[in-house]
Write a protein that binds this ligand. Structure first.
Ligand SMILES: Nc1ncnc2c1ncn2[C@@H]1O[C@H](COP(=O)(O)OP(=O)(O)OP(=O)(O)O)[C@@H](O)[C@H]1O
Ligand SMILES: Nc1ncnc2c1ncn2[C@@H]1O[C@H](COP(=O)(O)OP(=O)(O)OP(=O)(O)O)[C@@H](O)[C@H]1O
Ligand SMILES: [Mg+2]
Ligand SMILES: [Mg+2]
Lengths: 254, 254
């Protein structure tokens, strides 16, 4: 199953979710085989786990059809990663005139897709050609959100864009769920948005799992580690394990 | 003076800074005439102050050369605003083949530029054609940052992009400063990144003013108000007044 982690709103926890959900899916309880594709020119998912890589060893080379996906995959902390590089920001203009420009990633994933239980794609904070490639290649999407005004404002625009992608580029695409990230129950605005706006509006499309605010996460990122590897009994590590359980439908083992 | 608020990293306080700095520049102490241009398809700056507008009454119509800037300007809370709309995300592809495609905003600003002391441009979290239009039209840029690993990682890529824009599109462009936003002294990671990474690396390019974490800001956004209008004695309101003082070089009045 190919899942895009997407929201054009910036800084809502797309990278944090892509990386830490990948990790929790590979833990012994689930032991899923996971590929994490970093599709953001900022390469935050890559730098959350490892060092910078050269452009020819990154997803840019794959989208420019100069390398195969399996040539650039590296294994870090039990996760297979397709790293990114800032050169990716130039790729969008390069592939603009190509025939089938929205399906380049989908084609590239064809020959390795069956080796994985889950392929997670970390998307940039925009809905240009790079993100469209992710959506065209995906079965499901996860939409991380902070519980703030701008997230609620962006929902209707997001749904319109999703419907257009579904009808024009990929009619199998479904929203797996909206994920509340960085939730701090003590902030009255957040609690109010979650309880009286999002839950009523999104219903069961809202994951039951909520990712709580946790400073251990920022420490883990500064150490280039997943939150589980940094501190496996932290709130965030527990929440991402709960999310993995919810996604695998309780087939999480035990 | 035209100032772009820009950082391709998402969720670092670009919109928060553009809106609340605009407000503090218009306060009686400074009484500057300010135009705020919302160049983000998410239209967060617009929705921070007012209701949604139709595409033909937004910046999209101006960039498509279907309307003049002065036809779409609205005054809200003492700030002249050029509102945005989600249709802006389609404009990038529309203007892609136009001659002089990076200078469309610069030309549009020509006939009203002299009516304002400051024009602030809120940019989207990407460095595509829309952001390039902002950089081509600007004299200065302000780079908001959260004090986290991903912000530090993105600095070198950002500087490379800035140098390319400066040499190819606008050689007058200068970085006015990097602004620490959402600073919480109690978080050891943030304090460490500020004191031992950013200050030494950026020196006097770092604004002396720091925008502290303040929940009043989220409440103000939920109420469609600037933080000064919502609670003029809040930490955030005071910090944005200090920033206005620093930018106007103490000519802030008194
Ligand atoms: N549960 C959490 N607790 C505390 N901080 C968090 C949490 N989740 C995310 N953050 C912080 O929020 C910031 C933004 O997260 P992240 O970079 O994952 O968002 P993003 O949506 O990928 O951003 P972009 O739009 O730039 O791609 C990060 O610096 C991270 O440390
Ligand atoms: N000083 C602060 N104190 C508390 N919260 C803050 C502060 N500054 C910004 N925020 C919060 O951080 C979130 C991100 O801010 P904002 O939307 O301004 O960032 P942005 O860079 O414009 O995002 P995007 O990349 O999507 O355009 C907002 O929800 C805002 O409430
Ligand atoms: Mg990210
Ligand atoms: Mg913004």
């Amino acid at each position: 199953m190919i899942i895009s982690i997407v929201n054009q709103k910036g800084g809502v926890g797309k990278t944090t979710t892509a990386v830490n959900l990948s990790k929790s899916l590979t833990l012994p309880l689930a032991s899923k085989k996971v590929l994490l594709v970093d599709l953001d020119p900022q390469a935050n998912a890559t730098l959350h786990l490892t060092e910078r890589v050269e452009p020819e060893k990154s997803i840019s080379a794959v989208l420019m059809e100069k390398a195969l996906l399996k040539d650039v995959v590296i294994n870090v902390d039990g996760i297979d990663l397709v790293p990114s590089n800032i050169s990716l920001s130039g790729v969008e203009l390069e592939i603009f005139m190509k025939i089938g420009r929205e399906y380049i990633l989908k084609d590239a994933l064809k020959d390795i897709k069956d080796e994985y239980d889950y392929i997670l794609i970390d998307c940039p904070p925009s809905l240009g050609l790079i993100s469209l490639n992710a959506l065209a290649a995906s079965d499901r999407i996860i939409v991380p959100m902070h519980l703030e005004k701008f997230d609620v404002d962006g929902l209707s625009d997001f749904l319109n864009t999703f419907e257009r992608v579904k009808s024009k580029i990929n009619n199998n695409l479904e929203i797996m769920g909206y994920l509340a990230v960085n939730y701090n129950k003590r902030l009255s605005v957040s609690k109010q948005i979650y309880e009286s706006v999002l839950k009523p509006q999104l219903g069961d499309k809202m994951f039951k799992t909520v990712i709580r605010t946790d400073t251990k996460l920022k420490e883990a990122q500064a150490m280039c580690k997943t939150v589980y590897t940094y501190k496996n009994n932290s709130k965030c590590a527990a929440d991402y394990i709960d999310l993995a359980k919810e996604i695998t439908g309780g087939k999480y083992g035990k």
